[in-house]
Design a protein around this ligand. Structure first.
Ligand code: ZN
Length: 199
């Protein structure tokens, strides 16, 4: 039998679905919800539903977007012949914060990880290849500098080799084992400036 009342246990289980939330944190969050006013609690649940209903993936780059095409892809002042490939939309936010990059993005939706059942076909790589064939000059691969991130970068570079596009990789600035999302402005800008051709 559960140590909490069934509705509370259910709430705890929902919070546990979030990354990095263990049972202890989930219990704390669930109790905080119970302390909210009825109005605040209903605002909270409405925000969850609204975000899920209104936010989709951009049909060009997979970035999060309210519209069919995200603001970056619809921006004609950006360089659409330069694509920065990232693992997820959070990385786009990190790049956009530093404003050093004026190209566009492509979110592949993760990294190749056979052990977790993530094979290349589960990622948005064929969509990237199709975009590149439309006249892209350079692809910067900005997957995180982890083992899986490197494997994914190498795989993408190999796939793109036949298209003749210049493929570069963020070179230095981001620590090995680090996460682009948490990189500071200077580090990320240096990484962009120091990118190199793949192989
Ligand atoms: Zn887009």
């Amino acid at each position: 039998m559960s140590e909490f009342l069934p509705p509370l246990e259910k709430l705890i289980e929902q919070f546990r679905k979030l990354p990095g939330v263990g049972r202890k944190s989930a219990i704390r969050m669930a109790f905080s919800i119970l302390e909210l006013s009825d109005e605040a609690a209903s605002d909270f649940s409405a925000a969850v539903i609204e975000a899920k209903e209104q936010i989709h993936n951009c049909k060009i780059c997979n970035n999060l977007s309210v519209d069919e095409v995200c603001p970056i892809c619809s921006d004609s002042t950006r360089d659409h012949s330069l694509i920065c490939v990232v693992e997820d939309a959070k990385a786009i936010m990190a790049f956009e914060k530093v404003r050093g990059f004026r190209g566009v993005y492509h979110v592949i939706g993760g990294v190749i990880s056979p052990i977790n059942g993530i094979t290349p076909d589960k990622l948005s790589i064929s969509e990237l290849v199709s975009r590149v064939k439309l006249g892209v000059k350079e692809v910067i691969i900005a997957t995180n500098p982890t083992v899986e991130g490197e494997t994914t970068a190498t795989y993408i570079a190999k796939i793109l080799a036949s298209t003749g596009v210049t493929v570069t990789r963020l070179a230095y600035g981001i620590p090995v084992g680090g996460d682009i999302e948490y990189a500071d402005e200077v580090t990320l800008n240096r990484a962009i400036e120091g990118r190199r051709t793949f192989n």
